[in-house]
Design a protein around this ligand. Sequence first.
Ligand code: ATP
Ligand code: MG
Length: 329
Amino acid sequence: MFSGIQPTADSFHLGNYLGALRSWVRMQDTHDSLYCVVDLHAITAGHEPKVLRQRTRVAAAQLLAIGIDPERSTLFVQSHVPAHAELAWVLGCITGFGEASRMTQFKDKAARQGTDRASVGLFTYPVLMAADILLYRAAEVPVGEDQRQHLELSRDLAQRFNRDFGKTFVVPEAYIPADTAKITDLQDPTSKMSKSSSSPNGIVELLDEPSRSAKRIRSAVTDTGREIVYDPEHKPGISNLLSIYSALSGETVAELERRYEGHGYGDLKKDLGQVVADFTTPIRERTQGYLDDPAELDKILAVGAEKARVLADATLRQVYDRVGFLPAA
Ligand code: ATP
Ligand code: MG
């Protein structure tokens, strides 16, 4: 399996963790896994070079801190493996312009930036993502709900290439968790929690001070009414808090509903602040530990890149041959 995450913020958030990263950790036990900090994707919407470099290290450190084990899995940085960009070009040439234009993430992000300012890189982002996955012939891709459409495109491109040039790629399946596929913004519980588009008060960061996370949870937008029940349609705010609470504590939503019967929203929010603090504190400490030894961190990433390059280059060579490029030597 393969999956990636963008270094587009100083910290990952609970949506990243519950939608995707938690599956990454678990699937190491059952799958041959590759995990990638996708820095090429992170330059599609404007960035600061120094900040990107720091965020890439912090991203890798967080992945190690949550339990990605570089002995069992391949952890690497996308730009260290040139085949990602190279395969993306080939796949871009079998992607329809109209097909790419239908991607809702591009439409949303481009609308926020203004169509004239949105980059071609943002437009072809899903093609690069297809290259990421197909290079490693990944069968499963653990992602949040927001990536479902991009995964569909990856599948279509794999099938199209296989049909036109001979069987080369594995057609990947999205692995999307049932209960936490879309954690929503605390301030806007109908939008997903997002590194780059949520307001600071809308996100709970893995690396934030517990007191600040608790404050953000306390000021989360909740719904009219007083009852603590899971009802995403009518009570999206409370339902989101219950999903987070349940996922982090291991208690079912039904158990939580029973426990908070007769209690107000304030009680739930206060307790959730503590649950989040208990969960994030060791992650924050371990992340700092990895950041304190950047040489060791870079070594782990170098080993990962070396392992990834071997796999990626073999696929790319086959692709170049199948499309009819002249061998280089
Ligand atoms: P950006 O705003 O820069 O796109 P992001 O928060 O969407 O950042 P990504 O790096 O794009 O994070 O995505 C990493 C993984 O986290 C993906 O698998 C994505 O589906 C998942 N994910 C992101 N946000 C959520 C969310 N709110 N709920 C569940 N999963 C999420
Ligand atoms: Mg995203």
